[in-house]
Design a binder for this molecule. Sequence first.
Ligand SMILES: O=C([C@H](O)CO)[C@H](O)[C@H](O)COP(=O)(O)O
Length: 210
Amino acid sequence: MAKLQVAIDLLKTEDAIALATKVAPYIDIIELGTPLIKSEGLRAITAMKKAFPDKKVFADFKTADAGALEAEMAFQAGADYITILGSVDDATIAGAVAKAKEYNKGVVVDTIGIPDRVKRAQEVIELGVEFVELHAGLDEQAKDGYSIQVLIDEAARAGVPVSIAGGVNLSSIEAVKNSGAVVAVAGGAIYGAEDPAAAAKALKVALSAA
Ligand SMILES: O=C([C@H](O)CO)[C@H](O)[C@H](O)COP(=O)(O)O
């Protein structure tokens, strides 16, 4: 069954923990979004892992260089996963993967901005990453004509473990599930909902349905 990841793009650690507290029963992976980490630093990761030791904590660093160093920073702070940008040199990804092996943690490659996400996913999986995020960022989603269907189609033909991030919500979750993605990432659909717990529960139920 695909896992559910909540992407927390809030700016304060206490708000992030308050949200995670509401949705945790339905969530497998808690993502600290890039804006949150930039706003609060590594202590946001440490605080989240301390609050939820049994959940996987995902640090969305979107690292572009010094992969080993940034991976070590994230893992020492308490992260279980770090993201490295797929558009960077393979050496940056390989450095982070080597560090992940040392700490028994994982690297996720983020394909944001990459024209051929499937080809790059197939390449970087060979470097030892856990899974690849097929990702349309918030700015790409805001463009006219954006549809998550592109990511769903890519996941179905990727042939490697992928997550989908880019506006996953209740309307798209069934198609995301059927695409074979191993993780569905939902940000705004949860943290922007009037009742985040109900939103997370509905997504989890849809992912769990036979
Ligand atoms: O990674 C993200 C983005 O780059 C800002 O950090 C989002 O968390 C990701 O796109 C998922 O969020 P939604 O698209 O709101 O589901």
